[in-house]
Design a protein around this ligand. Sequence first.
Ligand code: ADP
Ligand code: MG
Length: 586
Amino acid sequence: MTSPSPRRIRRLDPSTVQRIAAGEVVERPASVVKELIENSIDAGAGSIAIRISGGGIERIAVADDGHGIRPEDLELAIERHATSKIDPDDPLEGIVTLGFRGEALAAIAAVSRLRISSRPPDREGAAGIEVAGETAASRFTGPRAPGTTVEVTDLFFNTPARRKFLRSPPAEQLEIARTLERAYLAEPSVALTLESDGRAVAAYPTSDDPSDAASRVLGPDFLRSSFAVAGEVPGGRVTGVLGRPPLAAGSSRGLYLAVNHRPIDSRPIQQAVRAAFGDYLPRPRYPVGVLHLDIDPAEVDVNVHPTKREVRFSRLREVAEAVRRQVRESLLAAPRIADLSGHALAVPALRARAPRASAPIASARATGTIERRSVQRALGATAPPRAEVGAPSSRARLVLLGCLDALYWVAEGEDGLVLVDQHAASERVVFESIRRGETIARQEMVEPVTIRLTGAERAALAAHGSEVARAGFDVAEFGPDAWAVRSVPSFAGRRARAESVIEMLDELAAGGRPTEPDGLVERRAASLACHAAIRAGDVVSAVEFSRVLDALHALDDAPNSCPHGRPIVIGIPRSRIDRWFLRSGA
Ligand code: ADP
Ligand code: MG
């Protein structure tokens, strides 16, 4: 038992206060690098050289060619809450510098040995200051070109608890490299170099072209398969360049966001970008690229996070929605079939020896318009004279040749090959049925599957139960806290997919999936359709193939795209195939 009497309250001594405060700003070597780069950019530097050793734990040196620090201000620079960046008359309004809290150098000084030498352009030489933890600052002078060098050695030498949590030097170096990427993509007008233990690790030259900057970080392939984004958002603009769906990554780290040239993290914006890609991306993939938001500084509060990694938007929902719309429009406007044929047939020798052949393969125009036609015309344009699969009608009939990766149906049409995305095709059929208020046929589960639902999922089920049922899912309450999935849509392949019910309810709770055109009813229908449809990976019989194709034909002028905008049918004319094989007369 502890003593029942209360313990005394004491004031912390200033050095403890300093170290506690420092802990919020300086988490690891990368945080030091981030703060120092920001200071150099704020000082108008054109290029910044970063040198580290031992993953930055032993030493970090950041040298810039900026406007420097006046010698008489050196002590103030490392004092807490001292800054040159705030207008005393209008303290926290419309901040346009990266720094403003006057904390970084003080925080770094509190947990390392810090040395600053700086020369403003109008002075003869450099003046410097050196501190280590609580020791008094000492001064020095020396020659230097105009600019500032900040050196940080022995990080956390006086805070062993922090030091213990550092990772290996290579892991810390990686974080630093990543910090450089973020800084560069947010402000590519400033050149950055990184040298680690004497070896050059990264060099990012000044660039005024966002695509060029992006490709320096994301690799040259990025440019070949990316699209530009530009448009209005409330209070400003969004611009940038994003990778096309095939480039999507396994984590959200490949999407770089910046607000007014400040690298930021923002889940809502991140999610908006992902939502814009919609069904173009399978579940665990994330968009890659760079997006800049240039927004009236009065509309963003950057003073919400000690490391300023997050910002608060005064109109977050509107901005996120505008980002989603702009990204989606750009994605849909960009030619999308080009990379399909390009990827499948990128044969360098072929291009080198027969320049004529490369044009139609790489050209987006040849097939770029196909998804804008109706699905019937896309199918009909390739109708073969003989009918072997299903199809009671006289409309387009295809000879099913096989299936690729349980995903694409490969068929022979009148004019060549026809590829059908089985998920997109079935999804469009189910979507149209749901929109018309029809009931999707269901199949009973041999053994009902029990699932648990969160509050939001329960609410979504309560609100949209009848739509869920019409989509073919029979979900009934089953004892306290549990629900039983007793049937699933008959389209839904052979696999029972209880988890798909949960995903669907999550989407319904969030308002459904993004669709073109937008609309709440459409979004919900798209969500239901996506989960009720044949999925990628489902093995489908020829009977089901013809059932889906017949249903597609029966639709009134439905677009040749799934509800999320991906194409359903792509025809590859025989003439093009001939050209690929360099057949004469083609
Ligand atoms: P803040 O950046 O929030 O002002 P810091 O502690 O990071 O706070 O820096 C304190 C001050 O030191 C800055 O306001 C700036 O005047 C000066 N300073 C720091 N680094 C540099 C640099 N590389 N070049 C010029 N001035 C600098
Ligand atoms: Mg700063």
